[in-house]
Design a binder for this molecule. Sequence first.
Ligand code: 13P
Ligand code: SF4
Length: 304
Amino acid sequence: WPALADDVAAILELKKTRNAVILAHNYQAPEIFHTVADIVGDSLALAREAVTVDADVIVLAGVHFMAETAKLLNPGKTVLIPDTRAGCSLADSITAADVRGLRAKYPGVPIVTYVNTSAAVKAESDLCCTSGNAVEVVRSLNAPRVLMIPDEFLAQNVQAMVPEVEILTWAGHCEVHEQFTPADIREVRESYPGVTVITHPECPPEVVAEADFSGSTAMMMNFVLEKRPKQVVLVTECSMGDNIAAANPDIEFIKPCNLCPHMKRMSLKNIRHALETMTHEVTVEPELAERARMAVERMLAVRT
Ligand code: 13P
Ligand code: SF4
């Protein structure tokens, strides 16, 4: 990306002068993922790594809830998000008042909240989960009934794996993954006989049922890199395949994929601007942060 070399060089220099690290989600475009990112991963890895980061400044190249989670775990550090509009349809689907309503309606039922939520929603929850540990988190509770919010499809996909627990949920959906249909998978299987199909658990259960494997973005990548299928479809955001395709020319990555408009708000230009101007700082009110942090820390304590 010669046209972008200028921004990359500036960012690498700014990281030194600001003592900053860049955490990038697996959905970031290759020109961010492979050039300026210090740590890349799924939501769980980014949360885990955020605890160990040795820097004054964290730039989160991802969406707002990821930056907020990094801030919860690093109250003394400056956390920047290059574009504050990088939201998430799941985070927007539920409020703290909604969670209080569920608590009142289902007294005594533990509330597991997907990390794709605001700090205010996390603060009302018992513990968090990601798509990489949701099954283990539910099992760790040893409860007959669990509320898993706000992703209805993730909850249904976990329910299929943990039949001994009754999982209640909410009607939130990922605007990227809800678009995939079983017909998409069947079409691709017809066109590419023998193709390996991998889905993200934010997809509807009837889509996951058609897949060979389903898991978090890191689990999807690991599966491909270990099994090395000749042809694979990653039923998720488009950058996932792009990020591993170049280094793995023996694997053919077949579409369909969809773009996440929120993840795609990140660019080298606005990462550079964030470090130049130290904007936009993510803050969470201390009392709320304390309660939200407990929910994230309880999740990080669950063995996976
Ligand atoms: P992962 O935790 O699997 O990276 O997923 C995050 C996300 O937003 C997927 O849409
Ligand atoms: Fe949210 Fe879906 Fe985008 Fe992930 S892909 S950030 S769940 S809207």
